[in-house]
Design a protein around this ligand. Structure first.
Ligand code: ADP
Length: 500
């Protein structure tokens, strides 16, 4: 079968611009898709597609010393919006350890800012441009993708632009669109007042009528209406978002399109996240020899200036601190354990001040047991995965979640709520059959979380059982080698399909 031409567009891409899992997924998927099929089947063979990633050239990328060069033909491209014309050019970089090209959309007017996301009035325009830049660049290069893979609300307008503003161009005759919902909690909703400035003033018939009546529209909903296919990042979440509990107002629309919606669990890029080869941790280890993990535990405790005690379990948290992540359940649960148990809690996170302050309070109240770093720190995330004994992820909802999969590979059994991708990737530990990889609870309550922590602590004291639990987790395989073919199947079904 011929290689596919694939354009992947997103607002985040590791290691260049990352706030969460979206960035990791784009890196891992992109790198795998473009990996050449090697002659020897050494397990590292890829499908060798012509994949190109599109992401804004944010200030942090420009200032970060990323190796880029001007694209020889995609320079000074003007994109006309009704009120203004934006000029951008393409800077080309590569995904690390690969030949896969990244097309950075360099439009200083919009992207030369401090943050990846802003609360500026031109936020919709920033991401409308990203969608249009994908299409304009394809035109300039006369490169016709089989599939344009859009990700989250930031690229939600692309399928509509393709069907309207760019419908005249035969180049895109066979191009199909896929929209992946990585998190339905972020929809890119704006007042209808901005439609005109995005070039959608005449396109209201293509927008969601109910929203328009309420004076708003959303990028994500528009994408769900117009993408040829939809996916989300776990099988359970694909079902959940069609329900009133998890759909966040999109459930009806998603139920209408359920035949076009699939769930594909995210892959893990073990090139970045494997304790045997992780360059960010000083003591590598594997399931056969966990000596390095014990050293990482000591190193982590030193880093947080916490006292050592081999038998005291270390609980790890690495997270955006938002209500999605369920940390409000800690309020009634955690103090009891910190009071009663010889344990440690190492937290890395940033986000809503309410949660940051709560963790600060825990740290101030139990300074010998709790370590906290408020902020974003890639290296420390790897240290916590490696140096902890248990990983906490009590999410209210979790489209896929990567950290629980990382913690499995790092021999750090996760305690998770049975929702979304957490339900799909963690199996409950059963000491009798010695099967399972972690600890799960169902009800979103402190009581349920506390009961599960209690149970995990009892299991921790059974050292032989624990060893097996750790081994079970470390042998799980969520690599892109396994998950990626699901996307290829989807792309191929799209490439063969008539336009909707
Ligand atoms: P989400 O995408 O909802 O934030 P995921 O579990 O899918 O959750 O992915 C989170 C990713 O972001 C992981 O790679 C995790 O290590 C990283 N991460 C989250 N918060 C931080 C932080 N404060 N510092 C460093 N990395 C973080």
């Amino acid at each position: 079968m011929r290689p596919l031409r694939l354009a992947l567009a997103a607002s985040e891409l590791a290691p260049f611009a990352k706030t969460g899992g979206l960035a990791d997924v784009l890196l891992g998927l992109g790198r795998w898709l473009g990996r050449p099929p090697t002659a020897a089947d050494d397990g590292a063979a890829g499908p060798g597609h012509d994949v190109r990633l599109f992401v804004p050239f944010y200030r942090r990328i420009r200032d970060g010393g990323v190796a880029v060069e001007d694209h020889p033909t995609a320079g000074a491209i003007d994109v006309r919006f009704p009120n203004r014309t934006l000029r951008y050019s393409i800077k080309v970089g590569r995904l690390p350890a690969s030949e896969v090209p990244v097309y950075f959309v360099d439009c200083p007017e919009l992207y030369d800012r401090d943050g990846i996301y802003t609360d500026g009035g031109d936020e919709p325009l920033r991401f409308a441009l990203l969608s249009r830049a994908v299409l304009e660049t394809c035109q300039r290069l006369q490169w016709a993708p089989d599939v344009i893979h859009c990700n989250d609300w930031h690229t939600g307008l692309l399928p509509l632009y393709l069907r309207t503003l760019y419908a005249w161009d035969g180049l895109f005759r066979r191009t199909r669109t896929l929209l992946t919902i990585h998190n339905i909690g972020y929809q890119g909703s704006f007042a209808t007042g901005v439609l005109e400035s995005l070039g959608l003033g005449e396109q209201q018939a293509h927008l969601h009528p109910g929203d328009l009546q309420n004076g708003s529209f959303s990028f994500l909903k528009t994408g769900v209406l117009h993408a040829d296919k939809l996916s989300t990042v776990s099988v359970t979440y694909a079902d959940e978002i069609q329900t009133d509990t998890y759909g966040m107002g999109m459930q009806e629309l998603l139920r209408d399109r359920r035949r076009d919606l699939v769930g594909i669990v995210n892959g893990v890029d073990y090139g970045e996240w494997d304790p045997a080869s992780d360059p960010r941790i000083p003591h590598p280890y594997s399931a056969d020899d966990l000596a390095g993990k014990a050293k990482m535990k000591a190193a982590l405790l030193d880093r947080f200036a916490l006292p050592h005690e081999r038998r005291a379990p270390v609980f790890g948290v690495v997270s955006r601190l938002t209500s999605q992540k369920g940390f409000e359940l800690f309020r009634d649960a955690m103090p009891v354990f910190l009071q009663r148990e010889d344990m440690r809690l190492c937290v890395l996170g940033s986000g809503e001040s309410e949660h940051e302050q709560y963790f600060q309070w825990l740290r101030d109240t139990w300074p010998d047991k709790v370590g906290l770093y408020r902020g974003f720190q890639e290296e420390l995330a790897h240290w916590i995965e490696a140096g902890s004994d248990l990983f906490l992820m009590p999410s209210r909802f979790e489209p896929c979640g990567l950290n629980q999969m990382y913690s499995l590979r790092y021999g750090t059994p996760p305690i998770v709520r049975r929702t979304g991708g957490l339900a799909d990737t963690v199996q409950p530990w059963d000491p009798d059959s010695r099967t399972g990889t972690g600890f799960l609870f169902d009800e979103f309550s402190s009581h349920a979380l506390a009961g599960t922590i209690d149970w995990a602590l009892r299991c921790w004291r059974d050292r032989r059982g624990w060893q097996r639990l750790v081994e079970n987790g470390m042998s799980q395989d969520f690599s892109w080698q396994r998950q990626g073919p699901e996307y290829v199947k989807l792309y191929r079904s799209l490439a063969a399909s008539p336009s909707a």
